[in-house]
Design a binder for this molecule. Structure first.
Ligand code: NAP
Length: 276
């Protein structure tokens, strides 16, 4: 039996085990996928144990996506550009790092036939997920970007870091969260990459601040219908759910590990079942 896992902290609510084990079952693969809590100070030792235990591959989540890079033997192109990894393949005892968040973010956009070329985009958040989002926006040659973040310095630092190995050819503006409603209605796409909407706190925009011609993409996947998604529906905007990205980054990881198409329908059912 081959073993796969996800490492992170916290990890107990991860939906990845349900999604991947459903794929293994439907394809009769003699594999199992488990969640492992790894605290920041345990990362180095855990990587050593994973290598020794012949792990076949693993996913990486908060807070390890950037730090773990130094333990990789090789990086694929996307993870080298984003400078963060979420998927590791083990080949001949070598750890190869990938970033499937980039693909996972873009796939639902491509599936809808949406073009972001020359478009005006509002992005909430400047953390780990925003890294992959911004690299995707650069690849799509958007027109300009506004980043609304609680700490503006974090957003500036993120853009400076990305500029070291990426040519950002469009204008980037930095604003505080509360100013977002001044711009949101003019934007073609609104993306939330903060955790706002997961619990009681929500983004500082309402349906009145969303254009009916816009696309609203909430990376938060639990709850499925976040306040932002509900506002977007009320504003008659097009919506993209966070679970769609989660599904696609997982499907891509599966395809890296097994070299065959992932059973997306079954993985999606397992994900949505996980929402209760
Ligand atoms: P992260 O690296 O911790 O970054 C969090 C970002 O949100 C930062 O910009 C932070 O602002 C901001 N933030 C955090 N708490 C806030 C609060 N109370 N009020 C205002 N802003 C706040 O996290 P991440 O990895 O980017 O993940 C962000 C969200 O995306 C999470 O909800 C995660 O579940 C989701 N996500 C979804 C997928 C998917 O597949 N759908 C993939 C990755 C992430 P500061 O810079 O000011 O601290």
């Amino acid at each position: 039996m081959r073993t796969y896992c996800i490492i992170g902290d916290p990890i107990e609510h991860s939906l990845s085990p349900a999604m991947h084990n459903a794929a293994f079952r439907i394809l009769n693969l003699d594999c199992i996928y488990i969640a492992m809590r790894v605290r920041s100070n345990e990362l180095e030792g855990s990587i050593r144990s994973l290598r020794a235990s012949n792990i076949a591959g693993f996913n990486v989540t908060i807070p390890h996506k950037v730090v773990i890079i130094k333990y990789m033997d090789r990086l694929d192109n996307s993870s080298a550009i984003v400078n963060a990894i979420n998927t590791v393949d083990v080949k001949d005892d070598k750890l190869i790092g990938y970033n499937t968040d980039l693909y996972g973010f873009m796939k639902p956009i491509k599936d809808r036939g949406i073009s972001l070329k020359d478009k005006y985009i509002l992005l909430f958040g400047a953390g780990g997920a925003a890294r992959a989002v911004i690299v995707a926006l650069v690849n799509e040659e958007i027109g300009s970007l506004i980043i609304a973040n609680r700490n503006i310095e974090h957003a500036k630092q993120l853009i400076d870091t990305l500029r070291s190995n990426l040519r950002i050819g469009f204008d980037v503006k930095f604003i505080e969260l509360d100013y977002a409603r001044r711009y949101s209605k003019e934007c073609y796409m609104i993306i939330n990459s903060t955790p706002l909407g997961m619990r009681y706190e929500r983004l500082p925009i309402t349906s009145d601040d969303i254009s009916s011609n816009s696309v609203v993409y909430d990376l938060v996947y639990r709850p499925m219908n976040t306040p932002l998604i509900e506002d977007a529906i009320n504003a008659n905007a097009q919506i993209i759910y966070g679970y769609e990205m989660l599904l696609e980054q997982g499907a891509k990881a599966f395809e890296i590990w097994f070299g065959r198409e992932a059973p997306r329908d079954v993985m999606k059912m397992a994900l949505l079942g996980g929402f209760g």
